[in-house]
Write a protein of this length. Structure first.
Length: 292
């Protein structure tokens, strides 16, 4: 080989020199920073995790369920702006939605746009009334929309909630959406006088009709405060702890898991209640057929 042929090899060796400590640190930091930016972007406009902290959505969602929220379906809001991306579709009656509310200094709850200076909290409820609907909730839990009573009938089963209260389980039909609700037979339930829902706002209710702080108590929710619909349960255990409890390996073995609920889609038409210690079967058929 000639001396002239050795030049490129020597140049390649120089280009493959070992990085300095500072360059290695910068490479790691920049890679980590990019990963964080991508994760935050996904959380902002694609999916966001949410933990069920209360029994207001029994029997559909249980305390300790962890789900993903589809943030782009209704049009995700670009962080630090009031701009929303184009929506795939508008919210529909029966959707289970995570949304923002405002909490006052003494625990008061109000729509987020009504009290902009209060701290923000996330709620999950079902869309019952759409913009322009005339809605009424009568004693006994009867829901009337635009003069029509939404079909509801007992399915012969009961559910014991976290307070030890036996609740009557019913199948309710909201338009094309069939789903389970529970009522406390000891009360006539929370009511709502006839009310026309303003444009751009939605009437939200919990499936646990007599143990839910919802639109019957504090008003309707603006579309801009919707984060998105719940679409899949990725984890479920019989535990009320927060995300820090999830990070404790001891809890992975100690706390009972609900394996049958994991990777379960959250959708209308699922009329099967969770079959665990809290569910009492009375072996009667449902009032409606499950259309799937």
């Amino acid at each position: 080989m000639s001396e002239g042929g050795a030049g490129p090899a020597e140049t390649g060796e120089e280009s493959e020199r070992e990085m300095t400590f500072g360059e290695k640190v910068w490479e790691q930091v920049s890679t980590l920073g990019l990963a964080i930016v991508i994760a935050l972007a996904i959380r902002a406009v694609v999916i966001e995790p949410y933990r069920i902290p209360s029994g207001s959505m029994l029997p559909t969602l249980l305390i300790g369920d962890h789900l993903f929220v589809n943030k782009f379906l209704y049009g995700a809001q670009i962080p630090f702006t009031h701009v929303r991306l184009p929506a795939v579709r508008a919210p529909e009656r029966g959707d289970i939605v995570v949304f923002r509310v405002a909490r006052g200094p003494h625990g008061e709850i109000a729509p987020a746009d009504v009290e902009p200076l209060w701290r923000r909290d996330d709620f999950v409820k079902r869309v019952v009334g759409l913009p322009g609907d005339r809605i009424e909730v009568r004693p006994g839990g009867e829901v009337w929309i635009n003069g029509e009573r939404m079909a509801s009938a007992p399915n012969g089963r009961r559910f014991v909630d976290e307070r030890g209260v036996p609740l009557e389980m019913r199948v309710e039909q909201l338009g094309v959406c069939e789903h389970l609700v529970v009522d406390d037979p000891r009360t006539l339930g929370k009511v709502q006088a006839p009310y026309t829902i303003p444009e751009g706002r939605y009437f939200m209710m919990g499936d646990n009709r007599d143990n839910s702080q919802d639109s019957r108590a504090w008003g309707t929710v603006a579309l801009d405060d919707f984060k998105g619909p719940a679409f899949i349960l990725y984890w479920s255990w019989n535990h009320e702890g927060n995300f820090l409890a999830f990070l404790n390996p001891v809890n992975w073995f100690r706390i009972p898991k609900r394996w049958d609920r994991m990777m379960h889609r959250v959708r209308c038409g699922d009329l099967e209640a969770p079959d665990e210690a809290g569910l009492l079967h009375d072996a009667q058929p449902s009032a409606f057929q499950n259309r799937g």
